[in-house]
Design a protein around this ligand. Structure first.
Ligand code: SF4
Length: 102
């Protein structure tokens, strides 16, 4: 009887482990839109070629999310960005928080 309880315990533990692993999948990112307030505040553009050079005179061509220290490659060419948690930004994007990857 005691062995039977131990076996059931192991099985339950295994099922719990599987359930926990299933719940630990990476969070889905939603696309960051230029019109959103936090994006506007940082001058975010999905295409760095459209950056407002008058508003952001320090912008230099070649500064894009793909070369930013704050970006982490995420899914299908998009990046996770620590400035916009839970959101995805495109490789060719840019915002005023850009920092050169060293
Ligand atoms: S902080 Fe970097 S990765 Fe994030 S949006 Fe701005 S330029 Fe792109």
């Amino acid at each position: 009887m005691e062995k039977r309880l131990m076996r059931l315990g192991r099985r339950e533990l295994l099922l719990m482990g599987v359930a926990m692993l299933a719940g630990c999948s990476a969070p889905a990112l939603t696309v960051l839109n230029e019109e959103e307030v936090p994006a506007k505040a940082q001058g975010f553009k999905r295409d760095a070629n459209t950056v407002d050079r008058k508003r952001f005179p320090s912008f230099k061509p070649g500064e894009i999310c793909a070369t930013c220290r704050l970006a982490i490659a995420a899914q299908a060419g998009d990046y996770m960005c620590s400035v916009f948690p839970g959101r995805s930004v495109p490789a060719q994007g840019w915002c005023a928080a850009f920092e050169v990857k060293t």
